[in-house]
Design a protein around this ligand. Structure first.
Ligand code: NAI
Length: 718
């Protein structure tokens, strides 16, 4: 390390330690920063003039964002990671036991090792600012907090809140942090430093008590204060975690073990258990894949979508949306949340009114959950204005169409709006199945036409698939990508082809599940197998959710484009023909009550299937192999055909668009983990039985022959 991350200023008996990593946008911990901290503590302790200290960040909106995740790649073994955790423990312990008590002055992100540092301080004061969030997100990377988080957090906020924070990795905002005792005090950011210095002086003078002392006073009154209550809390946490994760995320039970070791044993036992389990988790394949996803999404944030030397994105300070239906309203709400004015157009006032009400409902949910204030709610809502004409579109730099899924309608609105828009404006289509080149054929400026494929519900789904045609101008791609990111989405850019990428790989997966229904496999057996594989919902449940009509329409388009390989199942066709649409019609493969709540399998649906009642037993592994490999093979084809630009985009698209199991990293990571040769062997065996549906694609065959991988075997994956 060349320049120092920490600087010291002693004023009036108070040491002010400022952390500000040079050449980095955020503060993060590495071995070098820990060594600096150690030296800093020696300096402070050795200076008898120093009575107390304040730790504050020099970055505008970040306290400390956590550990340097790049450094995790250097662990060669569980022992290495355990040693790194132990070194973090020593540093935090020095901070905690310092002769001069330390006040953490927190503004901005205080995450992971950042919060663990704050927890080791004698007093925590935070700014009451929306940017101030505190969390222990380690389990999201398949790890457990390794710098004392599992030990100190329960002592500060109590067992239940601590387990909840660690197991869900959730962000705690400033106000909540005060309520649960995570911080001792909130102040306006402008006076954070000044008040922190005052509190440090009071601590030195003995007129202010540190939080941990206060916490110890109340602990006995809580449920967890007695052994029976504690046992219940731990048992419930384990059961809930197992149910939610289906045992696929070992860091979750490990985090509970670490908390329990410290809560019920000595401090030494607790810290030693945390370090050991941190080490063990760092060496798991699950953690490797989750860290890969972290790197992949981080690298996508820097990707302009058009490569080196790309044109700068145009500013998009307002947008137009055509079609105020389900998707249009979702997109409008997400834009409003980011402070972007939206001009909203449909055919009749009634539809516009419904669209505005839908936007209001999305924002209302955020208000109810206290994610925004009443003022923000009012401000955001006022950004969306509706019309049934094209007034107000004259200066709009980007229009997103979300009208009916019908090429003639799309061409009609395109022709209408062309007369109103400025010449440089971009026309983005949210079509889910129509090739963008066909939409662009209806425009005199096809270079300004692009696809923006959002997923529903727009406000919840993190992915945006941007589709470029051969004619789309690089500036248009760069602008659309930058705008998608402004909406908070993870953006992948794909080339135009039927189904683009996400729906393309979903098709064979859904078809294969349907084929098993054709063969007489039970609905719940298929869904359960794929839940066990790690998908968030089973494929038959997904059909009900998406809508059988939509799945049928999209399936037919894919079959037309790709022939025999992507033929939909007879079961889907027959159930759809009976009039069942899935959840939205409260009739599908599953039962739904009047409120739409899903029940068990609707046994009456079996009479609609080709083989009637269930009579085929298929091993869980066989179901998993067929569904997953159909998807993986198609993903590899997308790369081979250059629909995808990189395996990274394919993995991120599958995980964030479909819910491909994150702990497997994505279809391409899965091939690397299993080995291309083994994947090709399994595909060939399936293909022999299933007539051409599993023909391994040329890319996989070549990789198998040459022993290649999609990602490097060691070092930073992307
Ligand atoms: P929707 O039926 O809820 O909304 C369509 C809206 O477009 C209606 O309000 C309709 O009045 C309006 N519209 C039709 N013709 C119009 C015209 N000439 N001018 C102005 N407005 C017009 O449909 P939804 O689900 O919102 O889908 C819209 C588009 O988004 C479709 O292309 C669909 O394929 C695509 N999409 C849908 C997804 C979904 O999950 N529903 C997911 C991703 C994309």
């Amino acid at each position: 390390m060349t320049a120092a991350a920490l600087s010291l200023d002693v004023q009036d008996g108070i040491a002010i330690i400022t952390i500000d990593l040079p050449n980095e946008s955020v503060n993060k911990f590495s071995a070098a920063v820990i060594a600096e901290f150690d030296a800093m503590m020696t300096t402070i302790e050795g200076n008898s003039a120093v009575k107390a200290a304040v730790l504050i960040s020099g970055k505008p909106d970040v306290f400390i964002a956590g550990a340097d995740i790049d450094a995790f790649l250097e662990f060669k073994s569980a022992k290495d990671a355990e040693a790194a955790s132990a070194s973090g423990h020593r540093m935090m312990s020095r901070l905690e036991r310092s002769r001069a008590p330390v006040v953490a002055a927190i503004h901005g992100a205080c995450l992971g090792a950042g919060l663990e540092t704050a927890l080791a301080c004698a007093y925590r004061i935070a700014s009451d600012h929306p940017k101030t969030v505190l969390a222990l997100p380690e389990t999201q990377l398949g790890l457990i907090p390794g710098a004392g988080g599992t030990q100190r957090l329960p002592k500060v906020v109590g067992l239940q809140v601590a387990l909840d924070m660690i197991l869900t990795a959730k962000n705690v905002r400033a106000k909540k942090a005060l309520q649960c005792g995570l911080v001792d005090e909130l102040v306006h950011p402008s006076i954070l430093r000044e008040v922190a210095i005052r509190r440090a002086k009071a601590l030195a003078a003995g007129t202010l008590r540190g939080h941990s002392e206060k916490a110890r006073g109340v602990m006995g009154t809580l449920l967890e204060g007695n052994p029976v209550g504690r046992a219940i809390v731990f048992r419930q946490a384990r059961a809930l975690t197992l149910k939610k994760s289906r045992g696929a995320y070992p860091a979750l039970p490990a985090a509970i073990d670490a908390v329990q070791a410290g809560y019920e044993g000595t401090a030494e036992q607790g810290f030693a258990t945390e370090a050991r389990l941190f080490g063990e988790m760092a060496a798991t394949a699950v953690s490797r894949e989750l860290i890969f996803l972290f790197f992949a999404t981080t690298s996508l944030k820097k990707d302009t979508g058009v490569g080196e030397g790309s044109p700068a994105p145009l500013p998009v300070s307002q947008i137009g949306i055509l079609g105020t239906g389900f998707m249009g309203a979702g997109i409008a709400a997400v834009a409003a949340m980011q402070g972007i004015p939206v001009r909203f157009k449909d055919m009749q006032h009634e539809q516009v009114g419904r669209g505005l009400a839908a936007v209001r409902a999305v924002l209302q949910e955020r208000l109810t959950k206290k994610q925004i204030t009443r003022q923000q709610f009012d401000d955001q809502l006022s950004l969306v204005s509706g019309t049934i004409e094209y007034t107000g579109f004259g200066n709009v730099p980007l229009v997103i169409e979300a009208v009916f899924e019908d090429l003639a309608v799309k061409h009609q609105v395109l022709a209408e709006i062309e007369r109103v828009l400025p010449p440089s404006a971009i026309f983005a289509s949210n079509t889910s199945t129509i090739p963008i080149a066909q939409v662009a054929d209806g425009s005199p400026r096809p270079d300004r036409v692009i696809g923006m494929h959002f997923f529903s519900p727009v406000q919840k789904m993190p992915l945006l698939e941007v589709i470029a045609t051969r004619r789309t101008a690089p500036e248009v791609i760069a602008t659309t990508v930058a705008f998608g990111r402004k909406l908070g989405k993870t953006v992948i850019v794909v080339n135009d082809a039927p189904g683009f990428y996400v729906n393309r790989i979903l098709a064979p997966y859904i078809n294969e599940a349907g084929r098993m229904l054709d063969e007489g496999v039970a609905i719940e057996a298929i869904d359960r197998a794929m839940l066990d594989f790690g998908f968030p919902v089973g494929p038959i449940t997904l059909l009900d959710e998406v809508g059988l009509d939509i799945a049928g329409k999209s399936g037919a388009i894919m079959a037309k484009a790709f022939g025999n390989r992507l033929q939909p199942s007879a079961s889907l066709g027959q159930v759809l023909a009976s009039g069942r649409l899935g959840r939205k019609s409260k009739k599908g493969f599953y039962l739904y009550d009047a409120s739409g709540k899903k029940g068990g399998v609707d046994e009456s649906v079996y009479s609609l299937l080709p083989t009637g009642r269930r009579r085929t037993e298929l091993a869980k592994e066989e179901i998993q192999r067929r569904c997953s490999l159909a998807m993986v093979n198609e993903a590899a084809r997308c790369l081979e055909e250059h629909t995808l630009r990189s395996p990274r985009d394919g993995d991120v698209g599958a995980v964030f668009g479909i819910g491909f199991p994150p702990f497997r990293g994505g279809p391409f990571r899965h091939v690397d983990a299993v080995g291309a040769a083994e994947i090709v062997r399994q595909l060939a065996a399936l293909n022999a039985e299933h007539h051409g549906r599993f023909d391994p694609c040329a890319l996989l065959v070549q990789m198998a022959r040459e022993g290649q991988r999609f990602y490097p075997a060691t070092g930073k994956p992307v």
